[in-house]
Design a protein around this ligand. Sequence first.
Ligand code: ADP
Length: 450
Amino acid sequence: MPQPDNTLVEIALVALIALILVVVGIVTNTGAIPVAVGLATYISWLFFQLYRFRNWIAHPKREPAPYRVGIWDPLTSETTEIRNRGKSRKKRLRNILGGFQESTHALPDATVVLDENWMVEWANSVASQLLGIGKNREQALGIHDYIDDLVFHAYIEGGDYTRPLQIPAPVDYSISLEIRVVPYGKGKHLIQARDITRLNQLENVRRDFVANASHELRTPLTVVHGYMETILDADDDDDLEQWKPILTQVYRQSTRLKGIVEDLLTLSRLETRDRSEGQEIVNIAQMIERIVDGADSVSGDPGHDISAEVTATLGLNANASEIESAFSNLVYNAVRYTPENGRINLHWWLSGDEPCFSVMDTGVGIEAHHIPRLTERFYRVDVGRSRDKGGTGLGLAIVKHVLIRHGARLKIDSEPGHGSTFTCIFPKDRAEIVPLDDFVEVDSAQSIIK
Ligand code: ADP
């Protein structure tokens, strides 16, 4: 059976009583007095119930609920139900939050939640070990108060958080931290800090090992290589004739080994040297002229058609020897992987406002799936061909390192069987104007755009 609507029942009841009181007023000749008294009593009752309701809402445990009569019964029941629902939702949220906090406390990395003004809102327990952000913070402090490091401040202000930052831990400078900043919500940030001390130590061990091993190998190799050269040069010695093929092989292999050792040493120097070392205005046009001369002699006869197009006034703020090593690696690769009579073109120009150097060849080309891996150490498309041509497998790794150190990037376009173009794109702030006296002479092999 459907329940009668309490509000309607209440209205009907009040109307009935009012009617009775009107009749009483007429019968007893007291006019509107009974109705007025009745209404005043009813309003007082309503106020009394409202007063209880209000107190009960504010303090449900301490204060009694309104009397459950008329419309007050469903009103009280529904309020209790809403309150219970709120309670269970709160409990559920508390459980989720508790679980979240427990799991972030268990994380091996420091996690710090920051508000829109970089003030610390929450931090896990590792944050106190690595960043000194204690759990019981009396006053709200910003992340800058905990990590007082100029590099970190510049990183935060820079606003580019795509790459993590490495800094010493504020609590102990012997600990290396990798910091990641993750923006979220409306202007909020999350900071993660990871202890990478051991990783750095391992990297140093690897670097030192490669540098030391290459250094140790260099001297005996140079000696063997020198002796071989002397022996092979002694043409007049007939006794040597039968050994010549073997000695030539030894000579070739020692040349190859020498190349590898030299390249490994170059790489380890690039890894250890400070980036800001030896920066100067480099006259790239002159450098290209030298490289082309070198490439011409490597290429031999009939060789290749090597040409260059350079903007002679365009210089580069860079480390000259590093840039020369990178550019010549690209040019020698073009010579190595371009069949005789092929074309090789060097280009130095300003693309938009970015200085660019490219080496285009009409050589063997590279299949697309090899391209992303070419700058890995010892990665070769064709190991046999690379060895035959005197490659070490380290040339492009050197190029990549040099470019990274100059904030530049390498673009590789290639079509198998048709040729390749390697382009180095430098940041615009490295472009410089070459002083007039340093302009290069126009060479027959080169077209110089001044
Ligand atoms: P390598 O000493 O073997 O030339 P690099 O690191 O310089 O080593 O180059 C890696 C590989 O990339 C080479 O072995 C070769 O397969 C490929 N490569 C580099 N430059 C060219 C080019 N201009 N044309 C075709 N292949 C190239």
